[in-house]
Each structure stands twice: as C-alpha cells, then as structure tokens.
Design a protein around this ligand. Sequence first.
Ligand code: GCV
Length: 714
Amino acid sequence: MALAIAWLAGALYTPAASAEDGYDLWLRYRPVEGVRADAYRMRVSRLVAGDAMPTQAVTRAELLRGLGGLLGAAPPLSEAAADGAVVVGTPMSSPSIARLGLELGDLGRDGYLIRSVTLDGHAATVIAANEDIGALYGAFHFLRLLQTGQSIERLDVREAPRVKLRVLNHWDNLDGHVERGYAGASIWDWHKLPDWRAPRYADYARANASIGINGTVLNNVNADALVLTPMYLEKAAALADVFRPYGIRVYLSARFSAPIEIGGLETADPLDPQVQRWWRDKAEEIYRTIPDFGGFLVKANSEGQPGPQDYGRSHADGANLLADALAPHGGTVMWRAFVYSDEEPDDRAKQAYSEFVPLDGEFRDNVMVQVKNGAIDFQPREPFHPLFGAMPDTPLMMEFQITKEYLGFATHLVYLGPMWEEVLRADTHARGEGSTVAKVIDGSLHDHRLTGMAGVANIGSDRNWSGSHFDQANWYAYGRLAWDPELSSRSIAEQWVRMTFSGDDSFVATVVDMMMGSREAAVDYMTPLGLHHLMGSNHHYGPGPWLGGGPRTDWTSVYYHRATRAGIGFDRTASGSNAVAQYAPPVAREFGDLETVPEEFLLWFHHVPWDYRTQSGRPLWDELVHRYTRGVDYVRGMRETWRGLAGDVDPERHAQVAAFLAIQEKEAQRWRDASIAYFQGISGLPLPEGYAPPPHSLEYYESLEFPYAPGSGR
Ligand code: GCV
C-alpha cells in the first residue's frame, strides 16, 4: 500500500521536462545532485502530513511536489514517524507534534519551527506551527533549505514574521490594463470570472505564500467604483476562494465617491449619515460574499481622485468612515499618504507630511496610513519619507513599488533589494539613535500591533509573470523583506539566484554581485547625486530633464533640478523650501548641511554651483558626467558577465536576459547622452577630458517620442 502511494505520488509530482520559460519562478524544484542529494534522501524518507483542511492539503501537495522534484521522487506518505520522517502540522492536526510538546507560544499565527527531533525513537524533522498557515510557511522554508543546498541535519529554525499584513497592490484596471505594468495585461480575467478560475491563480497564490505574502489588493488605487458592485464582488470572491488555502486575503481599492457612482447618493461626505449607512451596508454585503475580506485601500484627494477634502473633511474623517464600516467584520483600511492637492505647494516633497502629521492619533484602530518609501514618487533614489517616525500614534505601512515605473520598466536589470534595504535601515532618530524605518514599520518603535507593508506588484499575464526573469527577484525580495525588514538584500539575492538559476557557488557569486550593483548603476545613468523626477512625461520612459510648462510646475523636470547657469539642485534647506525641517533634528542637521549631507542626496537637498567640489575632488559638473558614464559602463559590464555565463543558464532564459541587457545598454546610453546634452546646454561647461560627447544634438533627444510606451496611466 505504502509503495503504491509512493509510486503514485512520484508519478504525480515529477515535474514535466519543459523549456525554462520562467513560469516556475523560484519554485522550480529541479533535482539536487551528488552527495547532497543522498544526504537529503536519508533525512526525507517519508512524509507525515495531513490533508483534512484546505491549507493542510496544499501544504502536503507542495511538499510532495517540491521534494519529488528535488529528490527525484516524492517521499511516501505515512501515518507514523520513522527514521527520516518529515512531520508537518500543528498540535491540533498532528498527534506526533502534540506529543513533542514543542514551545510554539511566541510564534503567533504565521510563525513556525523546523527542528530535527527524536520522535518515538526515530530521527525525524518536524515542521510545526500553531496554525495550518504557519505550517505551510514552514514547509516552504524547508523546501528552500533544500533548494539552496543547505544542510538539514541539525535543524532548529524558529521564524515568525515581523510585519502582520504583507500585501501586494495590483494597479490593475477592470479592463485588463495595468497602470505602470510592464508584464503584459492583468492576470485577473475579470470577464471570465467567477466561472473560470484560471490555474494560474493558484500558482500566483503558491508563489506568494512561499515568501509569506498574505494579502492582495486586486484593483488599481485609481479605482473604479464598479469593483464594489455585486457582479464584481462575485468575481473577487472566486479569487478569494482560490487564495484562501494559501493564507492570502483579498482586499479592494475603494473609490471614495462610490456612494454617488454606484449608490445613487448625492454626496460622499464622510459625515453624512446616509453615506455612513451606505458604506456599512456595503461592508456587510462584501463580508457576506467574501467572509475573510481584508479591507480597503484608498487613494483620496490625490492626482484627481475624489476624497473627503472635497467636502471640507480631513483624511482622518475619510479613513474613519470606512474603518467604522469594516470594524464589525475585522477589516482594515489602508489609507494612502501619497497626496498632492490641486493647489501647488511650495515643495511637493513636503505635502504628505504637512497634511498627515496634524492628524496623528485621529485615525481609528483599524486604519493604517500607507506611505511611499520616499516623499516624491518611487524615484531611483530618495531619502526616506519624513513621515516615518513623525506619526507615533498612527501605524504606518510601507509602500514599495516592485514594478519599475521609474527604473527602466521590465527590460532594465535593476535589483531593488538594496534600495529597499537602504530605506528600511535609514535612521529616523524619532526616538533617538537606532530608530530605523524598519522599526517604524514592524511596530516596535511606537508599539503598534497593526503593522504592514505593501508592494506595488510587477505581475502580469506574461508567461514569466514579471516581464523579465530578473524582475522576479524583486517580487521575491519584496516578500522576504515584508516578512523580515531586517534581512540583507544580498542574502535574499543569493537565495533567489540559487533557486531560480543554479546553485553553483561561483555562478551565484557572479550573478549576485551583478545584481547588487545594478540599482546604483541605474541611479548613475538616470539621476545621479540626488537628482530626481527627470523622466519622460506621463509614461516615465527615458530621460526628459528638459520638461517644463504644462498645467503645474511640480509635474515638470525643471521644477526638480532647478538648473541654471549658476548651479543645480533643489534647495530644501532653511534658505529654500526647508523640507529638511520635517525630519528629526539630527537628520535635518545632517541633510541640511553641505558638510554632512550624504553625497547621494546632494542635489535633493541643496542647490550648488557647477564647480562645487565633490568628495572625489572633481567639480560637480565633472562628477555628474563621470557618474552618468559609470552607469552605462556598469551595464556594459553586466552584458559581458552575462555573456560569460552562457553555459550555466538554459538557453531560453539566457537569451532573453542577454537581449534585455542589450536594450538596457542602449537606453542607459541614451539617458547619459541626453542628460549630458541638456545639462551642458545649461552649465555651458566643456566635458571633462576622456569623456565622449553625446552623439546627437539636444534637439534630437528632445524630439524622441514613445506614444505607446507601456503602463501609462489613463
Ligand atoms: C496609480 C505615480 C504614478 C501613478 C500612480 C501614482 C500613485 O504618480 O505615476 O501611475 O497612480 O503614483 O501612486 O497613486
């Protein structure tokens, strides 16, 4: 009987030999070879795992699939421990685990323990948790140990996430277009839902669960109220059904004016009793349809979206309206701090702080304010947002952008882990030294239990999910950092490379090094030394430092770089917009003083002359040219490196990465040349010796148009 089960499991879970098209992400489970494989087989001789509940069933299926792929055949299922048994479950679901009396108390709902134990006299491995979902996370961790070639001999792993809500934000419109999406159309086939549940939805959930993501906002923050109508709620419910076993809750972006648009009311004023009733009824309807609905994400009074300020009310009034409707059902409101009003502020970087800090403490307990990592908009480099640390009485969520709106779309190899790590490790000084952004986010700094991180998804209908093989690393890194904001981006990259490509140590070291420098290279060829917001208008593709005019200056490039014959940079010190004053005094002093400002933020905070002496000893103009050029050189280097790895990667993926790197080099070169041509026209300075002049005139670069660049807002 046991043999028959083993055979059946093996037959079912042996992966099909297929070309590597990236669909399997980091869950490829290709066979481990050599002595390592023998050692693993000794320790994984059978699997003791229940399937009475849906989460248990998917846990067991994943282990059979994963171990089957990694070890050549799935271990037989068994009821009892034996030498080499892997025993998975909770004290409730597994009598063996209950007998062990493990200390699971501090692991919470999502945590797990993986330990080598002696069970009924047998050497076994337990993956134990308080809840089934914790066991699923533990199973993925166990598989990851094998995927990354680690020993499973004497295991004692305890893990619990540091952040409670680890959420993807899809900027997917109901018509299938993804705002800032570079991986094809939306993966949600709204038209065929709820009846057709594409198999891809379960794979999406598996991938997310494997990195601990436990929530997904299905629709764009520029929301269509239709998503709250019964027809769409049925569709969202079908997705929620698919995701539920994987511990993923569905959330929706709510349009603030929905009571007018789909409710027939004349107002959406948050203090109007009819409006309040409408949202309460809507919440009840939603929870009848999706019992574990997560809550609402809201973009209000920003970029033309409706909001409470339309009625003279505050963001807190707006957030609390929805929070009160959701509270009886346990739902959460994620209220975005990415705001800019119709009136132009003196400095857009200051606006969120100015609007939100006075509201600290006024939000209901089930509201989180979701703050982008920087105060402008997902630029290649921004100092951390001054709101972090400045609202002690409000839980603040981090919003990272996984999709690379301002970082070269899908074709630029830019690993975002180092950028996120830089922000999370930044010290807000809100409660003295060591008050890092990570501690704001995980709630430890201000003692919040409701904590969260959001990542704007880079997932689409492309076969490889993210539009490029290397962009999968950004999805992966986001999930890992949401689980533990203090992980190192290098170690995350290392795991990812081993699982996604190959475990060969020298290959891994080469690729990880390449990835780790890739974000700095993008900063160099796009916006060095603290420059920002210089991309092409609307689509944000390619350079546009010359952009001026239009309806408001803070949508232009010239507003941000402020270059004149005399100098360049945005003065945000006391002599300028004084945005530095929004930071805690030690940070304000550091950023505000030319002697101490980190050079990477020089032109973010200061306006300096072109001959300002930089740390290298070069005058600013020369340093800019140097950095633009260095960025392009780095990309050229990545191409070389990748070419040298042709024998180590399957031909399909190797070829696509190589082709994309060629595109990146071309575009990086254009960024450099166009930027130099433009700024040279302003500075009037000659190029430093040894640096090639741009091959075209400024007029040429300005004349380039990209009318169908993907991902634009509509
Ligand atoms: C969803 C930027 C993007 C917009 C996006 C907005 C936001 O402005 O360009 O596409 O809208 O941020 O985060 O709300």
